[in-house]
Design a protein around this ligand. Structure first.
Ligand SMILES: Nc1ncnc2c1ncn2[C@@H]1O[C@H](COP(=O)(O)OP(=O)(O)OP(=O)(O)O)[C@@H](O)[C@H]1O
Ligand SMILES: [Mg+2]
Length: 331
């Protein structure tokens, strides 16, 4: 048991409501118990003090590591962001939403799973065309779990120096293992291309193998999310590594209506988002396209000194979207 002096300090600071001192005293108790090899008790106390184990990484006594950098070029390999948007800010298909909710559930009950020797799903693959919510959903998962979002900078990770790419990947995985974050590998296909690729050469094959090995061995504190819009380029062996594979597609009619209602929340307008004349203007657009059109329409309204958004504003804005749509379809 902790010494009398420490116990007195603990109770005194607790009664006084001095959180910092209470935390310091509690940490001292945990240290003492650990030194006496009372690990179960120490773990239990740690859980009481910090909540879920992953919260430990956020505690003042364990600040987040700095983002790792590429040795040759001194480029940051990760872009750390504070997530803002929540689950209700994303319009998802029922399947994708329930898969996301399940992952969140698992992480909220990480300890119960652990008591059965199970881990919460922490390797997810997001695929689908651009602008349908892959990055947004990674942000949502981070904010719902109270974790920072760390976006892997693929351009910085991939180095022209032999062997440096694998070393950079190692740093990213080490960071993911020892810090609690949602780590997003955007443009994952750039790292994990089909091994049988014609244009493949030795270095690329080594990178793919390195990614696969690191994925397999990963037992860290972070949730890893790989995102791609070139899923056909992914090696089959890569698909197997992920516990959940989520598809992100352009909105169907019902999702489009929800998206319009969401993005036009608080905007006074002269039309209903359910109207077919309105929804028809957004046919074939991705979520990001819809958002861009609405932003443009609202700007027009504001600049014209109007207080209500009209169908006319939307029509003009959607028309300006057309060249982009034609180019995207032609790709
Ligand atoms: N499903 C969605 N629900 C609500 N808003 C969305 C959705 N998808 C995209 N958006 C809006 O469009 C923006 C861009 O989307 P996002 O960056 O998530 O696309 P992405 O799928 O990651 O595309 P890329 O493949 O180009 O990386 C988002 O920040 C968000 O504002
Ligand atoms: Mg993205």
């Amino acid at each position: 048991m902790a010494t009398g002096k420490l116990l007195r300090q603990l109770i005194k600071t607790g009664v006084e409501g001095n959180t910092d001192a209470f935390r310091a005293a509690s940490e001292e108790v945990i240290r003492e118990e650990r030194a006496k090899q009372h690990h179960l008790l120490a773990n239990d106390l740690e859980r009481l003090l910090y909540g879920r184990p992953r919260d430990f990484a956020h505690s003042p006594s364990r600040p987040m590591d700095k983002a790792p950098v590429d040795r040759e070029r001194n480029l940051s390999l990760l872009d750390l962001r504070e997530p803002v948007r929540r689950l209700d800010d994303a319009v998802l298909s029922d399947e994708t939403r329930s898969a996301v909710e399940e992952v969140l559930q698992e992480h909220h009950h990480i300890e119960r799973l652990a008591s059965y020797g199970l881990r919460a799903a922490d390797r997810l693959l997001f695929y689908g065309p651009p602008g349908c919510g892959k990055t947004l959903t990674a942000e949502v998962i981070a904010s719902e779990l109270g974790l920072p979002l760390a976006v892997v900078r693929v351009d910085a990770v991939v180095s022209s120096y032999l062997g440096e790419t694998a070393a950079n990947l190692r740093k990213v995985f080490d960071f993911a293992a020892s810090n609690a974050a949602v780590v997003l590998f955007d443009e994952f296909d750039a790292l994990a291309k089909e091994r049988a690729d014609e244009a493949d050469h030795g270095e690329l094959r080594r990178v793919v193998n390195a990614v696969l090995q690191m994925m397999d061995a990963y037992l860290g504190r972070s949730v890893l999310i790989a995102a791609t819009n070139h899923e056909t380029m992914l090696d089959l062996a890569v698909w197997r590594r992920f516990e959940e594979v989520l598809l992100f597609e352009p909105p169907n009619l019902e999702q489009l209506r929800r998206l319009l209602a969401l993005k036009l929340r608080g905007v006074r307008r002269e039309f209903e988002v359910e109207d077919e004349t309105v929804t028809a203007l957004f046919k074939g657009m991705t979520h990001a396209d819809v958002e861009r059109v609405l932003r443009r329409a609202i700007k027009d309204m504001v600049l014209a000194g109007k207080e209500f958004l009209t169908l006319g504003h939307i029509e003009t804005a959607a028309r300006r979207e057309r060249p982009r749509q034609v180019r995207q379809r032609g790709k």
